[in-house]
Design a protein around this ligand. Structure first.
Ligand code: MG
Length: 280
C-alpha cells in the first residue's frame, strides 16, 4: 500500500487543505480514510455532495473529459485599468499570513511557490483575473501531490491548481475545480513545463443583515482557453473533506496563491475590478 503523508494546514478563515506528500510524517485525519480505487486516491467516507451521488473527493466520480487546448491568452498584456499584481520583477504587493514579505522565489521572471501561502495586501471584491502558471518538469508525485497550488479568492474560495496532465485525482480536486465542490467541466491541462493560463471571473457572495446568504460566490473559469466552470456557485468556503459553508464576511478580501509543498511557477498576474453598472 502506498504511504500517504498528510499535513494539515490551517488557512485564512474556515478554509483548510491537506497536503499529501511522501516526505512528511503520516498524520491522517481521524474521521476519514484515504483509499485507492483503480489507481486514484480519494475518499468514500466523507460527507455526500448535495447531489447525493458522490462523496466529497470520491475517486470513482466521473473524470472530466480531456480537451487539448489551443492558443489563448498567454502573455496577455494587461488592459489599461488593470492592477498588475506580479510583472515578473518583485512581490512587493504580496505578504505571508503574518504580514511579512512574501517568501516566494523570483527566477527568470516567475514567482516560485515556497514556504507558505501568499496574499495581496490589497483587498478585492468582484474581479477579472489573468494569471499564468507552470507545473514542474519532470513531474513528480501523483494525484494531489503533483504540482499542487491554488488560487484563493477573498482568501477562502479556492480554484485548484494542479498538474492533471496524465495524472488522475479525485475530480472535485482536479485542475480548475472549485475545490471540494465542483469538478472542472474538462481537463484542459498542458504538459508540465509549459506555461498555462487562467482567466477567471469571480463574484463575491452577498449577505443579508443577519448573515443570510442572498446569493453565493460564483466563478467562471477559463483554463487555457477552455471553460471549465461556467458561472458556478461556491457552496461556501472550500475546505478539504467538507461540503463548505458560508459565514458572513466583509465584501472584499485578499487574493491569494497557495503553497502546497510543490514548486509551481506563476507569472503575468493582473486583475480588473468588475463594475456592476450594467444591471437591468
Ligand atoms: Mg490546491
Amino acid at each position: 500500500m502506498k504511504i500517504i503523508g498528510l499535513t494539515l494546514y490551517a488557512t485564512i478563515g474556515a478554509s483548510c487543505v491537506l497536503a499529501q506528500t511522501n516526505n512528511v510524517p503520516v498524520a491522517l485525519p481521524p474521521k476519514y480514510h484515504e483509499i485507492e480505487v483503480n489507481g486514484i486516491w480519494g475518499f468514500q467516507d466523507t460527507p455526500m455532495q448535495p447531489d447525493g451521488k458522490w462523496h466529497i473527493h470520491d475517486p470513482t466520480r466521473t473524470q472530466p473529459p480531456v480537451v487539448t487546448p489551443g492558443t489563448f491568452s498567454q502573455k496577455a498584456t494587461p488592459p489599461s485599468d488593470a492592477i498588475v499584481l506580479f510583472d515578473g520583477t518583485d512581490l512587493s504587493q504580496w505578504v505571508d499570513r503574518k504580514g511579512n514579505p512574501a517568501p516566494w522565489v523570483i527566477k527568470d521572471g516567475a514567482a516560485i511557490t515556497s514556504q507558505t501561502d501568499i496574499f495581496t495586501k490589497r483587498k478585492f471584491g468582484d474581479i477579472q483575473l489573468h494569471l499564468e502558471f507552470r507545473e514542474p518538469l519532470p513531474a513528480t508525485g501523483e494525484g494531489q501531490d503533483r504540482g499542487n497550488s491554488g488560487i484563493f479568492f477573498m482568501g477562502v474560495y479556492e480554484i485548484q491548481v494542479l498538474d492533471c496532465f496524465d495524472n488522475k485525482t479525485y475530480p472535485d480536486g482536479a485542475t480548475g475545480a472549485i475545490y471540494a465542490h465542483h469538478p472542472p467541466l474538462a481537463n484542459a491541462c498542458r504538459p508540465p513545463g509549459e506555461w498555462q493560463t487562467y482567466d477567471i471571473m469571480f463574484t463575491t457572495p452577498h449577505f443579508g443583515e443577519h448573515g443570510e446568504v442572498i446569493f453565493p460566490a460564483y466563478a467562471t473559469v477559463i483554463l487555457n482557453g477552455v471553460v471549465v466552470q461556467n458561472h458556478q456557485a461556491f457552496r461556501g468556503t472550500t475546505t478539504h473533506c467538507a461540503v463548505g459553508e458560508y459565514s458572513m464576511r466583509e465584501p472584499t478580501g485578499p487574493f491569494g496563491l497557495q503553497y502546497h509543498l510543490n514548486s509551481v511557477a506563476f507569472r503575468n498576474i493582473w486583475v480588473r475590478a468588475i463594475p456592476t453598472a450594467n444591471e437591468p
